[in-house]
Design a protein around this ligand. Structure first.
Ligand code: XMP
Length: 318
């Protein structure tokens, strides 16, 4: 639209004026819409002098790193990919407490990001996808602000590395950022992706996060996303995902008794994540989801559907 086109023009002009001709900008790409739009805007203004860092924490969904990297490299952005999966997973070994998982993942992210940023040489600016609601709302724990912030929050990094902030979206709301994304040529799937928590699949594996359990959840989650998209429900709901439970239950296959994992399906409608209601999915879709997960994901013999609303339940299980 005309307004968005002029917003882009003005934002790009402002960034070009701020960043000197020899100066560099870094940003943390999460794959979410805010950091993506921020990177595309800053790239229009400073080109190669924007260096994006994408950290693979080993807790991403199936194919996620590839999808995000493909798009940004296709858009000619300078992206440094850091696969820190081993480090994250080794630090999470034996950890079951949800808040402990979040702390470890948050600290490790800052450490990895900072180490990578040091390699770039002299950098003067950090671009962040801060939105207007992030600034005006008080930071409610696990509210929408916390959601957005934890993707971008690189701790005390700006102070430690003496970086100045560039926040081109700080006067915008989410819907305006999506419109901007469309104007900047982002694909529909990236613009309308469901929210995904910074700690990733770690908080959807109840109990210890191991490579084996991650592999199970990743397969189940991919089936959920695929079926939700195929049936047209993916873009109608707030979030839809699988959770791996820390129990095994008895099943039967042929003449054999099995004793395997349980996957819970969580699908919710919401406007802002502060309240949510479980989505009344059609029974035939639920049947396809459970049938495919049990048949195709090795080690799972039972699927349950979460019918709790928020409050008092939360959207995530941890
Ligand atoms: P809850 O589970 O509190 O989730 O109802 C509300 C929204 O926040 C997301 N969420 C998180 N996002 N880091 C994030 O970036 C987190 O630690 C985190 N915990 C929950 C959740 O997916 C939902 O959209």
């Amino acid at each position: 639209t005309w307004t968005m086109a002029s917003f882009i023009e003005e934002a790009v002009a402002r960034i070009s004026q701020t960043v000197g001709p020899e100066e560099k900008v870094i940003c943390a790409l999460s794959g979410g819409v805010d950091s993506s739009v921020t990177a595309l805007l800053v790239h229009r203004a400073v080109g190669e002098r924007l260096v994006c860092i994408f950290v693979n924490n080993g807790l991403l969904r199936k194919g996620e790193a590839e999808t995000v990297l493909d798009f940004f490299r296709h858009s000619h952005l300078n992206v440094r990919y850091v696969d820190a999966s081993d480090l994250f997973l080794s630090r999470l070994a034996g950890v079951t407490d949800p808040e402990e998982k979040r702390r470890i993942i948050g600290h490790t992210f800052i450490e990895v990001f900072e180490a990578e940023a040091q390699k770039i040489g002299e950098v003067k600016y950090l671009a962040q996808g801060t939105l207007y609601p992030d600034i005006i709302e008080s930071v409610s724990f696990r509210g929408p602000s916390a959601t957005i912030k934890s993707h971008h929050n690189v701790g005390g990094l700006p102070e430690r590395m003496k970086l100045k902030l560039i926040e081109p979206l700080k006067e915008l709301f989410k819907d305006e950022v999506r419109e901007l994304g469309q104007e900047l040529g982002m694909p529909y799937e990236l613009i309308w992706r469901q929210p995904f928590p910074g700690p990733g699949l770690a908080i959807r594996i109840i109990g210890e996060v191991t490579r084996d359990r991650l592999a199970i959840l990743r397969e189940a989650d991919a089936i959920v996303t695929e079926e939700m998209k195929a049936s047209g429900w993916y873009y109608k709901v707030w979030q839809s995902f699988a959770v791996l439970l820390p129990i095994r239950t008895v099943g039967v296959m042929g003449d054999e008794r099995t004793y395997e994992h349980v996957v819970a399906l969580r699908v919710v409608d919401s406007l802002d994540a502060m309240t949510a209601d479980w989505t009344r999915l059609p029974y035939d879709l639920l049947a396809r989801l459970s049938g495919r997960i049990i048949n195709e994901v090795q080690g799972v013999n039972r699927v349950v559907f979460d019918i709790s609303s928020k409050p008092p339940a939360t959207i995530e299980w941890e």
